[in-house]
Design a protein around this ligand. Structure first.
Ligand code: SAH
Length: 253
């Protein structure tokens, strides 16, 4: 009898802390034959796939990473050999994770797939800050946005979504802090608007900084190179008032 192909699971690994993973994700990892994991996934999370062959597929800004097209092909190839193939992604797979390209490739190859959600970093950062993304009378909507556009992708107006949002969470933006500040001020956002920068949310090495929009480039320079979110909105005003000034006064103004 002809052997049918296995199934590919796109699994959210959560924001970083290995215990912020769903039971469903842990269970499928335990049964996986092969796991393709992103650079941001914690080693203890990868280790949950005790019996699987483990393959790193990179994905950190500016560093070497496996081309997306190659990952798509490897997933399909693996499913022809193995029953349970896991594609393990940081946070939630359906948010800035290029899941749709992997789904399209699997559909085109006629391979079964399933998606397991994860805790996205914006939610982990909010939990650590103790600041709700929505608040009665202050914030009734949240935007998840990135200023980053892929090669060949047409430019999109990320700043318009930030300006329209009560609370905005910018993913993959810490390396472009100056551009973000300049663009938003040019669009009319107050230079004193409250901003929060959170690096390595949910991990022991987490750092967060409360600052103004104008001081964002300085606050970002203080980061240590881990994944970071820039969060904007009036919900961060209270934190700004109570923040310990960690930067020279001239910079923090
Ligand atoms: N799918 C992921 C996002 C992938 S894009 C998710 O749902 O979280 C990668 C970006 O996510 C990083 O550039 C950073 O902006 C953010 N990020 C991921 N992990 C993070 C963490 N632990 N703390 C802060 N930001 C994080």
């Amino acid at each position: 009898m002809r052997r049918t192909s296995g199934k590919v699971w796109l699994v959210g690994a959560g924001p970083g802390a290995p215990d912020l993973i769903t039971l469903r994700a842990a269970e499928i990892l335990g049964r996986a034959d092969i796991v393709f994991y992103d650079a941001l996934v914690h080693p203890e999370t990868v280790a949950l796939a005790a019996r699987a062959e483990k393959i790193a597929v990179g994905k950190r800004c500016g560093k070497h990473s496996t081309a997306q097209r190659f990952i798509n092909k490897r997933l399909a190839d693996a499913a022809r050999k193995h029953a349970i193939v896991v594609r393990l992604k940081g946070g939630d797979p359906m948010l800035f994770g290029r899941a749709q390209e992997e789904i399209a490739a699997l559909q085109a190859a006629g391979i079964a797939y399933e998606i397991v959600p994860g805790v996205t970093s914006a939610l982990a950062a909010s939990a650590e800050l103790g600041v709700s993304l929505t608040q009665r009378g202050l914030s009734r909507n949240v935007v998840f946005v990135t200023p980053r556009a892929g090669a060949g992708e047409s430019a999109h107006d990320w700043a318009a979504s930030v300006m329209a949002a009560d609370t905005a969470v910018i993913y993959m933006g810490a390396g472009q802090a100056q551009l973000i500040t300049d663009t938003l001020i040019a669009r009319g956002m107050a230079p004193a608007a409250p901003v929060m920068v959170v690096e390595n949310a949910s991990l022991p090495q987490q750092r967060s900084r409360s600052c103004t929009l104008r001081a964002l480039p300085d606050a970002s320079a203080y980061l240590s190179g881990g994944p970071a979110l820039i969060m904007l909105g009036q919900v961060y005003a209270a934190a700004q008032e109570t923040a310990v000034p960690a930067l020279p006064r001239a910079l923090a103004a």
